[in-house]
Design a protein around this ligand. Structure first.
Ligand code: NAP
Length: 318
């Protein structure tokens, strides 16, 4: 139903954009504060990055670990239990100036609110190679849990040296004949526990000091052209699959011209708060966090945003 002709009666207290741990935590807190939040969850990306993860071993409260999608389902249920309204839609534009903000979705509906919480998370980083894009879905992937199954008994490569790359590599050993981690340095950035696990795994090999110069293959991936970061020499690695796990960039496309951003490209907030450069606009989770980027820090940040919204509305006659 289009709400283009909405009146002030349609103005909500708060709309939350994004449905990762920060968005859902903000929803739980604002719903319990009786602010009747609307959470716009995204049509494909609902649940955020944890939907593409398997075991989450470091979220407190789950001593045996929890599967990422199960954790997000619980977040959603908890938010719904207190009356959060959830729409599985993509936001296509935002109007954030003025006392009443509006959010328009892909289906053309416009929702209005006195306060907005942006918890749009981050998106997979790409290598930036032409053939990476061309062969995306034909051997190049960003998600082992989504696509790993298609690489049964094959030799595959994982690019990156952080926790994401180790997690992808370890997961892919379930299917692949071999997994080669290609890293541009000679030591890993990953946490010790993840690095040690990957280094000890019999199916995982490492190619150090190497950057990907090209992804090879006509209709599907047949290999990688590697370039030494030490002396520039080139070599070829024969693989039929490539998983790119080189980090994420904050999703700020909708707001990059209206909100202040940090040098790292995240939405700038005031100190430890969630207050952005515009009154009534708050941000939480990976979209404000260039450093920690954990499910638990994102959840904590969503709580901060909810409390900031409560104070803001109390001071603005809600
Ligand atoms: P990250 O820690 O930023 O690591 C990215 C890795 O990719 C780095 O090793 C980086 O190399 C490399 N890289 C970046 N751009 C590259 C490029 N263009 N070409 C080749 N290599 C490139 O990112 P992340 O691994 O996604 O982790 C992000 C955060 O999420 C971290 O805080 C991490 O602890 C957390 N996380 C945690 C878990 C877990 O606890 N289970 C799982 C996944 C992620 P350099 O080392 O040279 O910079």
């Amino acid at each position: 139903m289009s709400t283009e002709a909405s009146t002030t009666a349609d103005v909500r207290d708060v709309i939350i954009v994004g449905s990762g741990p920060s968005g859902y935590t903000a929803a739980i807190y604002t719903a319990r504060a009786n602010l009747k939040p609307l959470l716009i969850a995204g049509s494909v990306t609902a649940g955020g990055e944890l939907m593409n993860t398997t075991d989450v071993e470091n979220y407190p409260g789950f001593p045996e670990g929890v599967m990422g999608p199960d954790l997000m389902e619980n977040f959603e249920k908890q938010a719904a239990r207190f009356g959060t309204e959830i729409e599985f839609e993509d936001v296509v534009s935002l109007e954030l100036d003025g006392d009443i903000k509006s959010v328009t979705t892909g289906s053309g509906d416009t929702y209005r609110a006195k306060a907005i919480i942006l918890s749009t998370g981050s998106a997979y980083r790409e290598l930036g190679l032409e053939n990476e894009k061309r062969l995306s879905g034909h051997g190049v992937s960003w998600c082992a849990t989504c696509d790993g199954f298609f690489f049964k008994d094959q030799d595959i490569a994982v690019i990156g040296g952080g926790d994401s790359a180790m997690e992808e590599a370890l997961f892919l050993t379930k299917f692949a004949k071999s997994v080669t981690v290609v890293h541009r340095r000679e030591e890993l950035k990953a946490s010790k526990i993840m690095a040690d696990r990957a280094l000890a795994h019999e199916k995982i090999k490492f190619v150090w000091n190497s950057a990907v110069a090209d992804v090879l293959g006509e209709d599907k991936v047949t290999g990688l052209k590697l370039r030494s970061t030490v002396d520039g020499t080139e070599s070829q690695l024969d693989v039929t699959g490539v998983f790119v796990a080189i980090g994420n960039d904050p999703r700020v496309d909708l707001v990059k011209d209206v909100l202040e951003l940090t040098e790292q490209g995240t939405i700038a907030v005031d100190g430890r708060s969630s207050k952005t450069s515009l009154p009534g606009v708050f941000a939480a989770g990976d979209v404000i966090d260039p450093s920690y980027r954990q499910a638990i820090t994102a959840a904590g940040s969503g709580c901060v945003a909810a409390l900031d919204v409560e104070h803001y509305l109390a001071n603005h006659g809600a």
